[in-house]
Design a protein around this ligand. Structure first.
Ligand SMILES: [Ca+2]
Ligand SMILES: [Ca+2]
Ligand SMILES: [Ca+2]
Length: 307
């Protein structure tokens, strides 16, 4: 082989090694076999359910931290009801992290507690991988609607290098709450279920009609909120619009009055609508890709020193 051919081959080899080392950063993705910072990854069930978490619906599932440090990367899997849309329609992702309220003799399942961290991610702050395919069902635990099969396509959402990330502590159980806002109404997005079960079932937030502030009781505080926003347009649930027409008026006051003094759980645990089995949701908490690159580079440096 000539000198130039050897130089050329060496250059190609170097490029290959560099592309492998730098791949995690360029990909900003997560694939099975990559590191994680939770009990174990909850992988998507390609033939499972997609559970509605179109805003204002909120779903949550729990994880045990396996490595103290920032929750800088969150990955989860989604589908659209009836394959009506694609992830280009996502306006924002609302994510929050909560403490764990364990099950006890009264509350038979655990659920999210105190708010520890929250963030709204616009489309510049996440990437999409896919689509992947499977015969998947659709389930709305609030209305009770379900259909299986319903759609074929699903995607992986990658939120990476989160600014002001929450710092988790090894051994602690936390809850991840997610809700997706879409650019078009009438379209619904679901969080994929997983066959990897951990601890308790995932849960859905249940709103008591009339409970504007979401504290699980309908009382004077909610009436105050409704009064403060009386006849306001462009209002949401938190301003006292319980009918969903954007207006705070007599119809909403009527709902509040009908439920005066009512209280109830803010969370309901999720079960397969056909078999009744526990449902968990597909997500993984991972180290930031840049630390993977550093790890790979330091490994390569050690190999060089050994020669
Ligand atoms: Ca769980
Ligand atoms: Ca209330
Ligand atoms: Ca209304």
């Amino acid at each position: 082989m000539s000198y130039f051919k050897i130089r050329y081959a060496g250059g190609i080899l170097l490029l290959c090694v560099l592309s492998i080392l730098l791949a995690p950063q360029a990909r900003a993705d997560w694939i099975v076999g990559d590191p994680y910072k939770m009990h174990y990854p909850q992988l998507p069930d390609p033939n499972g359910w997609d559970v509605n978490f179109t805003a204002p619906a909120v779903l949550a599932d729990d994880w045990r931290c396996s490595e103290t440090g920032p929750v800088s990367d969150i990955h989860f899997w989604i589908s659209f009801r009836g394959d009506q849309a694609d992830p280009g329609l996502i306006n924002s992702i609302h994510a929050s992290i909560h403490s764990d309220v364990p099950a006890d003799p009264v509350n038979t399942y655990s659920h999210p507690g105190d708010l520890l961290w929250e963030y709204d991610f616009n489309p510049n702050l996440f990437t999409i991988a896919g689509p992947f395919t499977g015969q998947q069902g659709w389930y709305d635990p609030v209305s009770g609607d379900f259909a299986h099969p319903d759609h074929l396509l699903y995607w992986q959402v990658n939120i990476t290098n989160i600014p002001d990330a929450f710092v988790q502590q090894q051994g602690t159980i936390y809850w991840l709450d997610l809700s997706l806002s879409l650019a078009t109404s009438g379209v619904n997005v679901g969080w994929k279920t997983s066959q990897d079960h951990f601890n308790d079932d995932a849960v859905v937030a249940v709103k008591l009609p009339g409970d504007a502030n979401g504290d699980g009781v309908v009382n004077l505080a909610d009436l105050q909120i409704l009064g403060d926003n009386w006849m306001a347009g462009g209002a949401a649930w938190a301003q006292g619009d319980f009918t969903g027409d954007g207006l705070v008026n007599l119809a909403d006051l009527q709902i509040l009055g009908d439920n005066w003094g009512a209280s109830g759980p803010l969370w309901k645990d999720l079960h397969d609508p056909i078999t009744g089995e526990s449902l968990d949701l597909a997500f993984v908490i991972t180290p930031e890709p840049s630390s993977l690159v550093l790890l790979a580079l330091s490994g390569a440096a050690m190999l060089r020193r050994r020669r």
